[in-house]
Design a protein. Structure first.
Length: 274
């Protein structure tokens, strides 16, 4: 099942009433309110209460509302699921940390909400295809920082190129016809690093990116959407096809154009016109 593209996901800690209020004006494709890593152990109960009170207002805007619950192995998950029962109608999906086929099956068996599988472990990367195949999973997200931490624990202290794992996530999501969300850029005050990360991640095929500050949203939206040059090329392809006397391969800008190229051009134009 094809899911709408998600270019920008803004992470918001549920423990901050101020951040939750500011998030109402955010232009992200989806808000990911966080009950897990973004909340200290001592603040979990308060964070749940704040989210429940804010849920309806956060869902009022034309965007999706995601809630990152605690992991299946966490003692906090039971309280998370209990707390959201009365506001579940406002939640578009639960984001599951440390997602694997087994943990997705557990959470899907306990809750009817769609799931976003956060792939952030070696096991999760290795079994991503089976995770994405679960009917409850609507998107994959790559947990870059947690994955690198696991590599370090295994001796990979210098690991910073996670392209192989990211490509696996992208390919898996494409095979399941669901979005793939790239990991965040932690350097909030470094626009050049954000640009570099976005360029690399978009080139790998990610459909969008997790943002940890509203200031990152515009750059990410631009990086992952069609560029003017892409749109112009796609228009030339479509126009050439419409004017062609046959349905076979044609040439545009000196390059052969056949059915896969035409399909890509049509997808680009569809995104341009949104």
């Amino acid at each position: 099942m094809t899911t709408p593209f998600t270019r920008t996901v803004l992470a918001v800690p549920a423990s901050s009433e101020r951040f939750l209020d500011k998030a109402r004006q955010a232009t992200a494709s989806a808000l990911m309110v966080d009950l897990e890593d973004g909340v200290a152990e001592a603040g979990k109960a308060t964070a749940r209460d704040l989210f429940v009170r804010a849920a309806e207002g956060l869902a009022a805007a034309p965007r999706r509302l995601w809630l990152r619950v605690n992991a299946v192995t966490s003692p906090h998950l039971d309280a998370d699921l209990t707390a959201i029962k009365d506001v579940a109608e406002h939640i578009d999906a639960l984001v599951l940390p440390k997602a694997t086929p087994a943990t997705v099956g557990v959470l899907a068996g306990r809750c009817e909400l769609p799931l976003v599988a956060l792939i952030e472990t070696a096991e999760g990367v290795e079994h991503a295809w089976a995770t994405a195949a679960h009917p409850a999973v609507r998107a994959l997200m790559f947990g870059e920082l947690d994955y690198r931490s696991e590599l370090a624990r295994s001796g990979g202290l210098h690991a910073h190129d996670t392209s192989w794992a990211q490509a696996r996530i992208v390919n898996t999501a494409a095979g399941a016809a669901i979005p793939s969300i790239a990991g965040p850029t932690a350097a909030v005050g470094d626009p050049q690093q954000l640009h570099t990360d976005c360029t690399r991640q978009a080139a790998l095929g990610f459909t969008g990116k997790l943002c940890i500050h509203p200031a990152q949203l515009d750059a990410v939206t631009t990086a992952f959407g069609p560029t003017p040059d892409m749109a112009a090329w796609a228009r030339r392809v479509v126009d050439a096809v419409q004017q062609a006397p046959t349905t076979g391969a044609i040439t545009v800008d000196g390059a052969m154009v056949d059915r896969p190229v035409i399909d890509r051009a049509q997808h680009i134009l569809a995104e341009t016109d949104r």
